[in-house]
Design a protein around this ligand. Structure first.
Ligand code: ZN
Length: 110
């Protein structure tokens, strides 16, 4: 049986090969089998990757930080620096629910 490698002496990209990560990623996909980002838009796509919600800075945040399930499309978009692929409605305008949350309510202010 090969000796366990010390994750603190490994490159961060090598952490993805650890048994701890593989188990955790598989568990994430099992618990959340659909893409979280697509669900926000009412779409259902199978999860492709267990994704760190926040950028990790060390092995502890890598292994313990919150995860989300993403489909390949959303995972690729995040890798490119976009939080989600741009979706458009029937009117051709981009759908971005998070932007709607920032709109101020209409009518007199209390
Ligand atoms: Zn997705």
């Amino acid at each position: 049986m090969p000796a366990k490698r010390n994750p603190h002496t490994m490159q961060p990209r090598q952490w993805y090969g650890t048994q701890a990560w593989r188990r955790r990623a598989a568990d994430q996909i099992r618990r959340e089998p659909l893409c979280r980002e697509c669900l926000r838009f009412g779409e259902t796509r199978p999860a492709f990757a267990a994704d760190h919600v926040h950028q990790f800075h060390d092995f502890q945040s890598f292994t313990l930080g919150p995860l989300q399930s993403l489909c390949k499309r959303c995972s690729d978009a995040k890798q490119r620096g976009n939080p989600a692929p741009v979706r458009t409605g029937v009117d051709g305008l981009p759908l971005q629910p998070r932007d709607l949350l920032t709109l101020k309510p209409m009518g007199p202010q209390a």
